[in-house]
Design a protein around this ligand. Structure first.
Ligand SMILES: C[S@@+](CC[C@H](N)C(=O)[O-])C[C@H]1O[C@@H](n2cnc3c(N)ncnc32)[C@H](O)[C@@H]1O
Length: 740
């Protein structure tokens, strides 16, 4: 007979109604969950009776409601079957039955299988073997354990039952969830000869954060290690786990106790539960989705005493405003010798949560191998992060799907190198200025307005206005707008040109009036720019060209542009046309430093900050030797641009296109490599570190080379800072060499 197949949603709704019909409460939930599990067993040709569950002590019903008839009517109406449902659905039914309050206090949102599969795959890949020990310390109904069992069985080509019995460990504070996890794994094994109790010593019920990790913490020769370890927790808890004389005295008094004290929480002593695993240095991997709770809710949920205890035993005393999740992260690190893969709150990278969680682990030698910073949770309206940590040496890491040299404790792209010091060098490069802040729209002209005013007696005040966007358009780096640069003229002089004076006195003045409240400094010369940056134009006078960067750009590439522009504040301008300066600014040594130590990263674009670069970069005394490489690079850029009639962004896109092999593009790549090599030579750094490669993701340095180059430059920065410090000490002056 063909049974109607039930949908996950219908099953959850029916389970909720069945619990309500049975009067609600834990016994009703247990009764309904028994029927759900039995339904899943039936679909796999296995039989799961109440008697068997009672004997195994699983999903016990304190007052055992008479429910069989009710349940078969509610849950599997008309013999409906669950054939198509994944085993994880058992847990999701339970999640649907959890009271909102208990779900909130335990931070229980069970993970969809595809997310668990992803976390497990990356965490277990480096340690996959049929002997690996994997644990989920907030296992809930076992979603990550099911995923781990399937992953290891398939990658090691072993029967899933063998993996489940040899490799998996788990724990949860919720006894019903623990029973469901055990039963789900039993069903996964599809081996009716396995006793239902087969995971009793592997999947534990208790507080995963509390208990001994290291057997050496127990005094030698105690009769009942479990009771003694419990007693150690019992006396430490009221003292908030604070190390010191009182705690030592309490421990010292234990051997004299006639009855050992029992703690208010149920600890899990991993040193006793998994002695062989802990003796070899811990689990190979910890996976899961531990609970997250903001600092205020933590106190309500677990109380101040336990919170203090966790802070002292897991986090060296303080965790300030950190999220609850960091205790699970720190515990995970204490329990494993290898890999951690977790789903977690996206605030893991923020404030005290980052500082006391990931930051603390990175300080202890852990590295973030992979992270996805913020994704929407498939069902609830929250965002979450995925993180994978390792103790393995890493060449590079993956951040939001991109290969990066390393990931910092705030989940940013970084190098994990010492902070560079501020230096006080004679910099062989002119000052880099941020462009003019025009402020307002009325001084900016369209080409038609500009043409009309340009013909008038004050036509010279109509000037091309180059913005950051102009610089990065793929077709050309020319000004698309014009600006009225009249700030240096008096109002009476403006009267010489009637159309221009009319525009200024009407539109410009009206706009400026609205701006006076916020910018009172404009009142005096309101027809001028908010910030004219006179020094920039003074330094640029007499030059035909200057070097400009767009402040926010994907490429961070210098562009030689006409010096006769008004430059917008979206640009950083170096008033020089020296090819040696151009070569330096185009080199990957400058770029790597500007991005890592001299600027900040906004999503995938860089914010260029020339003052920080100037203050920290270990500049050589003279850039002159770079001149020939700079001349060649400028010529190669011109050739590609002219041949294709494209601007700098178009040229750079072509350079990064793995299919572009025409002679001009190939020569340009060589010129870029030559500039890098010449700059490395000038720094006395191994040239090969500066060799760019053409890969499917573009033309540039591999993450490994970027990091090596940055490490060499940081070394030079620190050596220069030390030298300056030493000479200041001998001459009795003080030098500021604090990190930026
Ligand atoms: C977000 S749920 C995730 C469950 C499971 N890992 C999943 O993704 O489906 C968090 C789980 O942590 C459990 N939990 C909360 N505090 C715990 C503690 N101190 N020790 C062990 N488990 C805990 C809750 O009962 C809940 O099952």
């Amino acid at each position: 007979m063909v049974h109607p197949v039930i949908t996950p949603r219908a099953l959850r709704t029916r389970a909720r109604s069945a619990v309500a019909e049975l009067g609600g409460g834990p016994s009703a939930v247990a009764a309904v969950m028994r029927s759900v599990v039995a339904g899943f067993a039936r679909a796999r040709g296995m039989v799961l009776t109440d008697a068997a569950l009672d004997a195994a002590g699983l999903l016990s019903r304190a007052d055992g409601p008479k429910s069989d008839h009710l349940l078969s009517n509610y849950l599997f109406l008309d013999g409906a079957a669950v054939d198509d449902l994944v085993l994880e659905e058992i847990g999701y039914v339970y999640e649907a039955l959890l009271e909102v309050s208990s779900r909130r206090d335990n931070g229980a949102h069970y993970t969809p299988p595809e997310l668990a599969d992803e976390v497990v795959a990356h965490a277990l890949a480096p340690v996959a073997s049929a002997d690996a020990a994997v644990v989920d310390i907030a296992a809930g109904t076992g979603v990550f354990l099911l995923a781990s069992a399937r992953y290891l069985a398939s990658s090691c080509e072993r029967p899933v039952a063998e993996i489940v019995t040899r490799c998996l460990y788990g724990a949860d504070i919720d006894p019903v969830a623990v029973d469901i996890a055990k039963l789900s794994l039993w069903l996964l094994c599809e081996d009716p000869s396995l006793p239902l109790t087969f995971l009793d010593d592997r999947i534990l019920c208790g507080n995963s954060l509390v208990g001994l990790v290291d057997a050496d913490e127990l005094p030698a020769g105690v009769d009942d290690p479990q009771a003694y370890a419990d007693a150690m927790v019992a006396v430490a808890l009221p003292l908030g786990g604070r190390p010191g004389r009182r705690l030592e005295e309490a421990y010292a008094a234990l051997p004299r106790c006639r009855r050992l004290p029992v703690p208010a929480v149920r600890p899990i002593h991993w040193a006793l539960a998994a002695p062989a695993v802990m003796a070899r240095g811990g689990f190979d991997a910890v996976v899961g989705n531990p609970p997250y709770l903001g600092v205020k809710r933590v106190r309500d949920a677990i109380g101040q005493e336990l919170r203090d205890y966790l802070a002292h035993t897991l986090a060296a005393g303080t965790t300030r405003r950190a999220d609850y999740v960091i205790y699970f992260l720190l515990r995970a690190a204490a329990l494993t010798r290898g890999e951690i893969g977790l789903i977690t709150t996206d605030s893991i990278s923020e404030g005290d949560t980052a500082r006391f969680g990931l930051g603390a682990l990175l300080d202890r030698g852990w590295q973030v191998a992979r992270a996805e910073r913020s994704a929407p949770w498939p069902t609830a309206g929250v965002r979450f992060a995925k993180i994978w940590l390792t103790t393995r040496p890493l060449d590079s890491a993956w951040l939001d799907g991109r290969s990066v040299p390393a990931i910092t404790g705030t989940l940013e792209d970084g190098f994990s190198l010492p902070e560079p010091a501020r230096l006080d060098l004679d910099v062989p490069l002119p000052h880099g200025y941020q462009g003019t802040i025009v402020l307002g729209r009325t001084l900016v002209l369209t080409p038609t307005e500009a043409e009309a005013l340009g013909r008038g007696p004050l036509g010279h005040t109509v000037r091309p206005y180059l913005s950051g966007e102009d610089l990065v358009t793929p077709c050309g780096s020319t000004a698309s707008r014009f600006v009225l640069d009249v700030g240096k003229l008096g109002l009476e002089e403006l009267a010489e040109d009637r159309s221009l004076a009319r525009l200024v006195r009407s539109k410009v003045r009206a706009e400026r009036r609205r701006q006076f409240v916020k910018y009172p400094q404009l009142k005096e010369r309101w027809w001028g720019f908010l910030s004219p940056v006179d020094e920039l134009y003074r330094d640029a006078s007499g030059l035909s060209h200057v070097i400009a960067f767009s402040k926010h750009s994907k490429h961070l590439w210098p562009v030689l542009v006409g010096a006769d522009h008004v430059f917008s504040n979206g640009l950083v301008v170096y008033p020089t046309q020296d090819p040696a300066a151009y070569a330096f600014l185009a080199s990957d040594l400058h770029r790597v430093w500007a991005v890592r130590a001299g600027g900040t990263m906004l999503n995938t674009a860089y914010r260029y900050n020339p003052s920080r670069l100037r203050a920290t970069y270990p500049f050589p005394a003279d850039l002159g030797p770079l001149s020939p490489a700079g001349v060649a690079l400028l010529a190669a850029l011109d050739r590609v641009g002219e041949e294709r009639r494209i601007g700098i962004t178009g040229v750079l896109n072509l350079v990064g296109d793995p299919d572009a092999h025409d002679p001009a593009t190939t020569d340009l790549r060589q010129a870029i490599a030559d500039v890098n090599h010449a700059t490395a030579r000038l720094h006395d750094i191994d040239e090969s570190l500066a060799t760019p490669d053409l890969t499917p993701s573009g033309f540039g340095l591999t993450p490994t080379r970027q990091r090596a180059l940055m490490a060499a430059l940081v070394d030079q920065n620190l050596a220069l800072a030390e030298k300056a410090q030493a000479s200041a000490e001998t001459s009795g002056t003080s030098v500021e060499t604090s990190p930026r």
